[in-house]
Structure formats: structure tokens, C-alpha cells
Write a new protein. Sequence first.
Length: 172
Amino acid sequence: MMDLLIKVMADGLVIPVLLLAAYAVLTLPNDKRWQAITRGVVVALTALLFAKFIAQFYQGIRPFETLGVAPRASFLPNPGFPSDHALLVTTATVVTWAATRRKMLSLIVLVLSVLVGLGRVIALVHTPLDIIGGVVCVVLAGLVWYGPRLRQDYYGNQVNKVTGKIKLATRK
């Protein structure tokens, strides 16, 4: 029973994360939807590029190999740093929040993403460093592509994070 719970956490929760992120993006108005989709793809590709770059400098050993036990979740035959699962679910989380600003939905996606990362560690297919590496790659990619937009609300108004004052966006 415990093995099934670990497998669901490590692998199965990826599906609801992706479905919720897709729902969040696909329910946006047409003009914002296509921008969110293209920006999400670019964030994912940039994060993957960052991941491949940092993987050249660190190659860990998967915990189940070190311990000499069977893995409790699916894995690719590579060193595992950074975690591809963490890259995927963190990208879904970043895009859900940055594109929609729907706090409750983004929080649900975030919690499920954290459970995926935790499940991967419990399943002995990743170390916490593998998960953190994947998250950092996506956060950096998100800052590259969403950075200026993070100071705006959903409607494009500039928001001063210190004072909370809003400067309305001008329409052309």
C-alpha cells in the first residue's frame, strides 16, 4: 500500500498538475491564451537548456543505486540531476501563476508539484539536490521570460510591490 502511495506521489500527480495548468491557460481570453502558451513553451525550453548546462558540472548517483535497493518510481537511465519531473511540474506551476494570477489554482498546482518532488525523493530516484536543481532552472527561466511582467497585475497595470500603488496601463 505504501509503495502505491509513493508511486502516485512520484509519478501519478504529474498528470493532475499538467491538467490543471492546461485548464488555467486554456480558460484565458484568446489574446492572453496564445501569449501564455508560447511563453510557457519558451520557459520550458529555456529551463531545459539551463538543466543540460548545469548537468555538465555535477553528476550524482541515484539514491536507490547507492543503497542497492529497487527504485519505487519510474526513472530514466541517467544520473538524474536535475530532475526532469521537477522541471516539468515547476514549469507548470510558474506558467499557471505568471500567466493567470489565479492564486488558489496556482497554490493547488504548487502543492501538487511539491508532493511530486517529495515523492521522487521518497521513491529513492532523486536526492533533494536533484529536485532543487530542477526548480532553480525553471525559476531562472521564469525570471528571464516573465521578469518584467511580474511587476504587473493580470490587466497589465504596473504594481509597486512596496507601496501597493497601481499605475494603470495605457491603451494604444
